[in-house]
Design a binder for this molecule. Structure first.
Ligand code: B12
Ligand code: SF4
Ligand code: SF4
Length: 440
């Protein structure tokens, strides 16, 4: 990657002032609360990097966890969803993403995870000048959707979310995270994760939703970035590397932040993987959009109650980092990454229980779910939460059911056929509590 702007040093003239209003003054619209002690984050400190260099995280258990992604566990436990067949499908789903990640290991690169996706041709020498940024944005979105992007938004480059350093496996420590100059725009792309697989969480089988998300993301990001390069502009596609995806996705208008620390979108809820492209193609920016998630999470704590590692907070947003794997100076609901990853290592697969149980995870192609979300964003949110509880919206699909062809469970995916006989007393109680009543 061409090097120009070092993101690790002090302000370079375009650095956002800490505690500032964000690009274009979007912090208020995005619901961001950035405090004076804000400090940019280094990728060296995220839990995955720490599982390489930090003895308080790295252990025989974490080593085995990673090894299972190369060789399926055959004799681990008989549990439904953790058989050799489940590991086989999970690891196959990761295969394309793994090919890119391992392609340049000899150059100390892990494309898509610690380094940007670099398997690209150079930009065309002649630039095609668009009639207007509006036109190039519309064309970009049309191309991206055609290439398979489920969601796409554009925001201004915001250095606050760029990692100060990357993690070098060879050095077991930091390496530079340099971006070329003038990449003023960030395109954020969302890839929906497979609903049936997510419904089986926690299981090795549900990990296939993650792998598939990354493999599809890599292909879409590379193709869209190459399109931009063919127009004569710079484009750097990135999956988990380079910058924090969540604040960028919120600024680009993809969705709102939830208690479980994930972006919730009106189209897929939190069942989404995020990628981004840094570019100098002239583009117009989307605005953050809110649809009632924050107020809903204030009443709901289903993810916090369901998390087996108690990593998700029950209370108010806080500004203290829980450990060295948390960013400093942002008031938000924060997940304990050490605890979450500890659970993954124990079950030898990633977890997505918080995605499965979130009432916003539903099939929005169904009209009753679109109605549910419209009402969940109003004062009827308490009622909508209880309705989802009552109808078993967060239920787990047994992996053996998935293997026999069932891909949904509960009313959020299919029309509810067998609703329990109407209990008029409980309905009266629901209305009596009012839409804004306490959560469950
Ligand atoms: C490392 C990591 C993890 C680690 C460790 C996190 C850590 N603290 O080190 C663990 C194991 C916890 C993890 C788990 C999961 N992850 Co993860 N993770 C990442 C990764 C690669 C880096 C994030 C990071 O550096 N965190 C370290 C610091 C910054 O963490 P933090 O202070 O707690 O901040 C978190 C949030 O509060 C938010 N955030 C950070 N700064 C700011 C600022 C503002 C203003 C706001 C509002 C939010 C915000 O982002 C951070 C995400 O960890 C990102 C990809 C990326 N580059 O962003 C994916 C990512 C966040 N993970 C993702 C997902 C889906 C998951 C899982 C569901 C696993 C799965 N099966 O897919 C679980 C969910 C756990 C949970 N409820 O949060 C998605 C989220 C998509 C979405 N809908 O929002 C991402 C974006 C990956 C992707 N390519 O799509 N993850
Ligand atoms: S992924 Fe699992 S362990 Fe991690 S926060 Fe979500 S529910 Fe908890
Ligand atoms: S489960 Fe409830 S509290 Fe958690 S993110 Fe979803 S709506 Fe918010």
């Amino acid at each position: 990657m061409a090097s120009g702007r070092s993101t690790s040093g002090a302000a370079d003239g375009r650095t956002m002032p800490t505690g500032g209003p964000g690009p274009g003054g979007t912090d208020d619209k995005a619901g961001f609360e950035i405090l004076d002690d804000f400090t940019r984050f280094s990728q060296v400190d995220d839990v995955f990097s720490r599982s390489w260099w930090d003895p308080t995280i790295r252990s025989d258990t974490t080593e085995r966890f990673y090894a299972t992604y190369r060789r399926p566990l055959t004799e681990w436990r008989k549990a439904n969803g953790f058989t050799q067949r489940d590991y086989a499908v999970r690891n196959a789903s990761w295969h394309v993403a793994d090919v890119f990640a391992e392609m340049y290991e000899d150059r100390d690169r892990r494309d898509g995870f610690l380094d940007d996706l670099s398997m690209l041709r150079d930009s065309a020498s002649e630039r095609l000048e668009p009639d207007s940024p509006q036109e190039s944005t519309a064309q970009l979105k049309q191309v991206a959707r055609t290439f398979g992007a489920d969601l796409i938004g554009v925001t201004r480059f915001d250095e606050r979310w760029v990692y100060t350093e990357r993690f070098s496996i060879a050095a077991g420590g930091p390496k530079a995270n340099d971006l070329p100059d003038n990449l003023d725009h960030v395109i954020v792309i969302g890839q929906a994760m497979n609903d049936g697989l997510i419904r089986t969480a926690p299981s090795a089988l549900s990990g296939a939703a993650t792998g598939l998300g990354y493999s599809q993301d890599a292909l879409v990001l590379l193709a869209v970035a190459q399109y931009i390069r063919n127009l004569g502009y710079q484009a750097i596609p990135s999956m988990n590397d380079t910058a924090l995806a969540i604040p960028l996705a919120i600024q680009a208008g993809l969705g709102e932040y939830g208690r479980h620390g994930l972006v919730i979108t009106p189209e897929f809820g939190p069942r989404l993987r995020l990628g981004k492209i840094f570019t100098d193609l002239p583009l117009v920016h989307d605005q953050p959009r809110t649809f009632g998630v924050k107020q809903f999470c204030e009443q709901c704590d289903r993810c916090a109650g369901a998390c087996p590692s108690r990593a998700i907070p029950h209370g108010e947003p806080v500004s203290v980092a829980l450990n060295r794997s948390g960013i400093r100076g942002v008031r938000k609901w924060s997940v304990d990454g050490e605890a979450c990853f500890g659970y993954w290592s124990k079950i030898n697969s990633d977890c997505a229980i918080c995605v499965r149980v979130c009432p916003w995870t539903r099939d929005y192609s169904k009209p009753w779910n679109r109605w549910w979300s419209r009402l969940a964003g109003t004062r009827l949110r308490g009622l909508m939460l209880r309705l989802d509880d009552r109808l078993g919206g967060s239920r787990r699909l047994k992996p053996t059911q998935w293997w026999s062809g069932v891909t949904n469970r509960g009313w959020a995916e299919s029309r509810p056929r067998r609703i329990k006989p109407v209990d008029f007393r409980s309905i009266t109680r629901l209305f009596h509590d009012g839409g804004d009543g306490p959560g469950h």
